[in-house]
Write a protein that binds this ligand. Structure first.
Ligand SMILES: Nc1ncnc2c1ncn2[C@@H]1O[C@H](COP(=O)(O)OP(=O)(O)OP(=O)(O)O)[C@@H](O)[C@H]1O
Length: 340
């Protein structure tokens, strides 16, 4: 378990004090893939660099499995850091070393004997699917392959925690998918906790269990990925989600309603098994209203369906009210859209 308590980081810059992280609290469970998303300047890099004390907090604590990293002597901190792996956007590989030598490097630093470290490195290179590139140099590899080397290197000291700093941000969509699949696989295999920062909501959607949205050094919203995607509260969260799911009402629908508004326009959102229930046919049969599906969007996050439908309900006003009450009673989120 990782506990971040009242963490702050202030920088002294030429133009004055910069409050990069501002009283941040967070708990991450063992074995979780936890995503942090936020716009440029929100403090993501500062935060992730503080998690292994590459950056020293101004105040607050970071406790990993009961040990407060901020209170450790430099020798104990060095040992604790070995159990925290990190991967980077630009891979940070040593260009004059081969794949094997790059992966073996942290073991060399930790004082592991040559034969043992080369065997360990070769096993990890096999694990990340690069056995046929073991003697290549970084310049001979694609971006996705370089990141695989970065991952193998980060795993060399058998960490409990892996920090990922925009690890897929410079990769194409196909390599991104492959790297995310690899991260999910090693989480299972090695019982890892992964904390990743990203500015891409697609990454969060594909791989994370929980997510925190960061703005101006603070967490403004947090929850399970499915909660956040299906019921975002903050406008920034909605903005990020709209990059992978379109929440806007198409102008075609708006025009239709303006021209022919006879009833009510509602947005119905559902999650999980609710997406299988025949509530629209029930509505039409039992409440004497017509339900016109004007727009819809059904997606799946890690096997859980969720979606949104925009319905035009036509009929007598009291029947429409009864219909929306029925939908709400079924556990669906219903929002009346007046200002189309
Ligand atoms: N060494 C530093 N000295 C002064 N200010 C800094 C320093 N590092 C970061 N900052 C400032 O702290 C704030 C947070 O920066 P940080 O790099 O953590 O944000 P970020 O969310 O990672 O942004 P990006 O997505 O652009 O990398 C910014 O205002 C930045 O200018």
């Amino acid at each position: 378990m990782i506990k971040i308590n009242n963490l702050t980081k202030h920088y002294q810059a030429a133009q004055g004090k910069v409050e990069a992280i501002n009283g941040l609290n967070l708990e991450v469970n063992d074995g979780e893939i936890f995503g942090m998303i936020g716009p440029s300047g929100a403090g993501k890099s500062t935060l992730i660099r503080m998690l292994n004390l590459l950056e020293k907090p101004t105040s607050g604590s970071i406790t990993i499995n009961g040990t407060d990293l901020t209170a450790l002597s430099s020798q104990n901190l060095r040992a604790a850091r070995q159990k925290i792996g990190m991967i980077f956007q630009h891979f940070n590989l040593l260009s004059s070393r081969t794949v094997l030598e790059n992966v073996a490097f942290p073991l060399e630093i930790a004082g592991v004997r040559k034969k043992k470290r080369l065997k360990k490195a070769a096993d990890l290179i096999e694990l990340v699917g690069l056995a046929d590139r073991i003697d290549h140099y970084p310049s001979q590899l694609s971006g996705g392959q370089k990141q695989r080397v970065g991952i193998a290197r980060a795993l060399a000291n058998e960490p409990d925690l892996l920090l990922s700093d925009e690890a897929t941000s410079s990769l194409d969509p196909e390599s991104t998918r492959a790297i995310l699949e690899l991260l999910a696989r090693i989480r299972e295999k090695m019982n890892l906790t992964i904390i990743l920062i990203t500015h891409e909501m697609g990454v969060i959607k594909d791989i994370c269990d929980r997510v925190a949205v960061l703005e101006a050094g603070k967490i403004i919203e947090t929850g399970s990925v499915i909660e956040l995607f299906s019921r975002p509260k903050q406008s920034l969260t909605k903005k990020f989600i709209s990059s992978v799911i379109d929440f806007n009402i198409p102008s075609r629908v708006a025009k239709y309603m303006k021209a022919e508004k006879r009833g009510e326009l509602i947005r119905v959102s559902f999650v999980g098994e609710k997406s299988h229930d025949p509530y629209i046919s029930h509505l039409v049969k039992h409440y004497s209203v017509d339900a016109n599906i004007l727009y819809g969007n059904i997606d799946e996050i890690q096997g859980v369906p969720f979606g949104t439908l925009i319905l035009g309900l036509e009929g007598e006003l009291d029947k429409i009210e009864e219909s929306t009450a029925y939908l709400k009673s079924q556990g669906l989120a219903v929002e009346v859209l007046d200002n189309v």
